[in-house]
Design a protein around this ligand. Sequence first.
Ligand code: GAR
Length: 211
Amino acid sequence: RRRCAVLISGRGSNMAALLAAAANPAYPAEIVLVLANKAGAGGLARAAEAGIPTAIVESRPFGRDRAAFEAAMEAELAQHGVELIALAGFMRVLTEGFVSRWAGRMVNIHPSLLPSFPGVDTHARALAAGVRLHGCTVHLVTPGVDEGPIIAQAAVPVLAGDDEHSLGARVLEQEHALYPAALALVAQGRVRVEGARAVVADQPGPDAAAL
Ligand code: GAR
């Protein structure tokens, strides 16, 4: 099983969905570390309850020195033998150096149907734009924020009377199913990048161990 770290900044409901999936020994990734950049991240307690090692690397004290913050994170990742990273509500933008070191081995979940609505406040922006479909995306992380090759998406309807909370809750339910499924594809070595696109193989590749 691929050794995976989940990086969080907040409540960690997607992290919890990944932990639940990985609790099955047949799941192709094992969550070996939950790392938060905020000591108050609610997900830390949930991870600890599940018996998963946790680490806090506070980003705030590093100020604008993102490379130093990332070096501190790399030390934790190395200590736990991490091979794959899943960003799950991790609200820090990573440097190009960090992203390229983890190219093809780091995924993110974003609460919109990318390339629509990158960035924050996606549900309010979807409502303001009047779209009839909204959803979530799991993608490989590249230096451009929310721009990496798309691995999987799930769509939900926007209903009359929705506000950002009702719409966000409908999307979040889909996130919890989509993320474990998409991370499994990466852990099985089934995701290959062709230009700007990710191509997903039907079967785990012979080089699944090499990613
Ligand atoms: C999720 O909706 C996730 O898609 C989003 O933050 C929320 C975290 O919730 N991520 C981003 O906006 C990334 N830019 P969670 O902590 O309960 O998983």
